[in-house]
Design a protein around this ligand. Structure first.
Ligand SMILES: CC(C)(COP(=O)(O)OP(=O)(O)OC[C@H]1O[C@@H](n2cnc3c(N)ncnc32)[C@H](O)[C@@H]1OP(=O)(O)O)[C@@H](O)C(=O)NCCC(=O)NCCSC(=O)CCS(=O)O
Length: 381
């Protein structure tokens, strides 16, 4: 699949920004666990927070293919930064676009898509990751004189931007007896009393993004914050994750590309046995495989994104893209370390950090095994 000149322009604009403002800082952000608030604001000003959201709702008015390109470029600079942007786009903004009513689009989606606010997605719980319907967080409706409210109680786990986000989409049980159909989705302002950042995870990589455990302790929100209708929350979450998986796949390709480019540069520079190691066939074959795998993953992503842009169901294609791209990226980043030899294992070269950053792509927003379940189901249809 080929890009249009408009898509190339978007990609090139983000690439220039990333090369100037993100790539040179990524190693320091990793060491200092720095959240790049300033650079994220600049990305937001370029339209990166709501790439596929129409302009009338504060977004950039582009498409999912553009979003895939934007995320690949950001991830090529820094994995953690790309995760913050990815989650804000999908599932957060995509859920806002698909399920928010007109008032909610004004109140919540517009600031999220324009970059005035940052969003988080609160589905996972300490005991409920892959088995996402097994939620224990509750939302109890209380009727009151000053307006009806939901009262949220429970714990959410592994929440990207849980600390820095202004707004969270939270899935909670409103009717336990109804199982999957008893889960509802809500907009929550993170400044609401009872939204508590309980702890921050100490992660292997992606140190520039925060991953938090969030405690909801009698967190009272207006009943008008319900997204869709009661009982729609699980469906809303799963449909938001469909686009999210295209995003994680794009991040995987971005990080794999950065590791590949570092390895290629190193291979042309480093000499053994009287010539650059690139001229040894073993190294050149490894690089050839890496380049091929990256391009194959990219094509799967562009295919899934194009289907989404055409309004076609793409659960299977998004799952294939995420599965292939995230598994490919770990292998490519490992190969990049191998090409660097001992230098690949130390932090003087970027491949050590990228390898740590990319590992989680096989886990978050649905592990590789979950993607295989979805692909398998797609094959039955
Ligand atoms: C393992 C699962 C795939 C199991 O799913 P289920 O079998 O329980 O779900 P279904 O019965 O198939 O679907 C329920 C309901 O939703 C509708 N649905 C499903 N997918 C879509 C979609 N793409 N678009 C629209 N609607 C959809 C489906 O038709 C059903 O509707 P009806 O009841 O028929 O009306 C699933 O549990 C799963 O995916 N698990 C993994 C969860 C996951 O990825 N978690 C990670 C969360 S985020 C995270 O990791 C933190 C990082 S971050 O901050 O983002």
């Amino acid at each position: 699949m080929q890009l249009t000149s408009e898509h190339e322009m978007i990609r090139d604009a983000v690439r220039s920004f990333v090369q100037e403002r993100i790539t040179p800082n990524a190693a320091r952000w990793d060491k200092e666990h720095h959240f790049p608030a300033e650079e994220l604001k600049e990305l937001a000003a370029m339209g990166a927070y709501g790439v596929a959201v129409p302009e009338e709702f504060g977004g950039a008015g582009m498409d999912y293919l553009s979003l895939a390109l934007v995320l690949e470029e950001i991830a090529a600079g820094d994995g953690g930064t790309s995760t913050v942007v990815s989650v804000n786009n999908c599932p957060v903004c995509s859920i806002g676009m698909m399920y928010a009513n007109a008032e909610q689009k004004e109140q919540w989606l517009r600031p999220l898509a324009s970059g005035e606010k940052l969003g988080a997605f609160c589905l996972t719980e300490p005991h409920a990751g892959s088995d996402a319907a097994d939620l224990r967080t509750t939302a109890r409706l209380e009727k009151g004189g000053e307006g009806d409210e939901y009262v949220l109680n429970g714990v959410k786990q592994f929440i990207t931007s849980g600390k820095h986000a202004d707004v969270a989409i939270v899935m909670a049980v409103t009717d336990k007896a109804a199982g999957k159909k008893g889960i509802s989705a809500f907009w929550v302002d993170t400044k609401t009393p009872g939204y508590i950042v309980a702890s921050l995870e100490h992660k292997m990589g992606q140190h520039s993004s925060d991953t938090a455990q969030i405690l909801f302790e009698n967190c009272r929100i207006p009943a008008a914050n319900l997204i869709g209708e009661e009982g729609m929350g699980y469906k809303i979450a799963l449909s938001g994750l469909e686009g999210g998986r295209i995003g994680i796949a794009s991040q995987s390709v971005g990080m794999a590309r950065a590791a590949f480019e570092a390895a290629l540069t190193y291979a042309k520079d480093r000499r053994t046995f009287g010539k650059p190691i690139f001229e040894h066939q073993a190294v050149q074959f490894r690089l050839a495989d890496m380049a091929t795998q990256i391009e194959a993953a990219r094509q799967l992503i562009w295919h899934a994104a194009s289907m989404k842009d055409a309004g076609k169901p793409c659960l299977k294609e998004a799952a294939m893209a995420k599965l292939f791209a995230s598994e490919m990226a770990e292998k490519v980043c490992s190969d990049a370390i191998q090409i660097h030899g001992g230098y690949g294992y130390v932090s003087d070269f970027p491949v050590e950090r990228i390898y740590r950053d990319v590992r989680v792509c096989q886990i978050y927003e649905g592990s590789s095994d979950i993607q295989k379940i979805l692909i398998g189901r797609g094959l039955m249809d």
